[in-house]
Design a protein around this ligand. Sequence first.
Ligand SMILES: NC(=O)c1ccc[n+]([C@@H]2O[C@H](COP(=O)([O-])OP(=O)(O)OC[C@H]3O[C@@H](n4cnc5c(N)ncnc54)[C@H](O)[C@@H]3O)[C@@H](O)[C@H]2O)c1
Length: 366
Amino acid sequence: MSRSGPVGVGIIGAGAISDQYLTNLSGFPDVSVRMVADIDVARAAAQAAAYGVPRSGTADQLLADDSVEIVVNLTIPAVHAELSKRAMENGKHVWSEKPISLDRASGRDLLETSARTGSRIGVAPDTVLGSGIQSALRAIARGDIGRPLSALTAMRVGGPERWHPNPDFFYQPGAGPLFDMGPYYLTTLACVFGSFRRVAAVGTRASEFRTIGSGPRAGQQVPVAVPTQVSAIAGFEGGGAAQSVFSFDSTLVQMGVVEIAGELGTLVLPDPNMFDGPSLLVRADETIELPATGFAGGRGSAVLEMARAIRGGGTDPLPASLAYHVLDVMIGIEESAASGQFMAIESSAPPAPLLPESWDPAARTL
Ligand SMILES: NC(=O)c1ccc[n+]([C@@H]2O[C@H](COP(=O)([O-])OP(=O)(O)OC[C@H]3O[C@@H](n4cnc5c(N)ncnc54)[C@H](O)[C@@H]3O)[C@@H](O)[C@H]2O)c1
């Protein structure tokens, strides 16, 4: 059935991040949020009521709703793959929060399911489409730092149990600082350097339990099943190198450090977990602030691009192959931390998504 007008969106997962998606997607005229679903149907109903969404219910009800064309999967990482696959097999396109899945086999299965069903799948982070990272990528593309040679990234905090009321998933496979925050940094590095080709890492774990710091479960302990500090080095297809630290074990809060050293200068990028912010161009004799230009956007911006591509037949700026490559890299880092060996990375990243400066998700085009 060929459709026209705003594209119907259904959100599965009415937890902490759903507020940002519901706020943004409710404001974009090219999409229309039709339903919110969750295994906790009361939570889904409350979010639907808060944002004026007409229906709420279970994931099965949402997948059977003909008015929903794109499923936005905001569930916990452990169920991303299963729900994304079921959505595509039910004729829906999918936007999934990161990571795409927990293992390579289910990640590849999602790419194959997309090819087989003709349903699109895109995966967070869409922060790389925001004005901050897009302006930095444009600066690198126009040669401001010459050929990129190496990178330093850092993300060190005390851990999300301090602010998240249900932080259990952050300490289970599919999260930890590497899988939870890695996608922002590693996706940005792939956009700058192209495909990762090998990685090595050391991982450590400060304690076996973390204590919830806020909400009705404050004081409860959650078990830790993953490294809570990962130090990684990487080599890229073009010869570039990067070193990265991802930590939930630091009282020093150091977020969003991404520095790219090139032949002519170093670019200090804005936080890749944010949608805006200037870059700093550091040359031997001068330091210049490069303002972010273009639409800053917010979580859900890529859903809008997918909606326009569904109606207009275009391609998605953030194909799932990029998310799969980042998953492959994160698993390689984890494997290296366990084995002490360098790990080869076999998948490849597609070219960096470069949007025109005039890109405007708030414009009505459908
Ligand atoms: N919280 C953040 O700041 C943040 C930021 C960016 C991305 N994310 C990502 O968003 C996703 C969700 O994070 P969150 O913080 O909102 O988690 P959350 O635990 O607050 O919410 C997840 C929701 O999914 C629901 N759910 C779980 N399994 C389900 C199933 N099988 N069917 C239907 N619903 C199910 C839960 O009941 C819960 O309401 C994660 O992938 C996370 O990495 C979170």
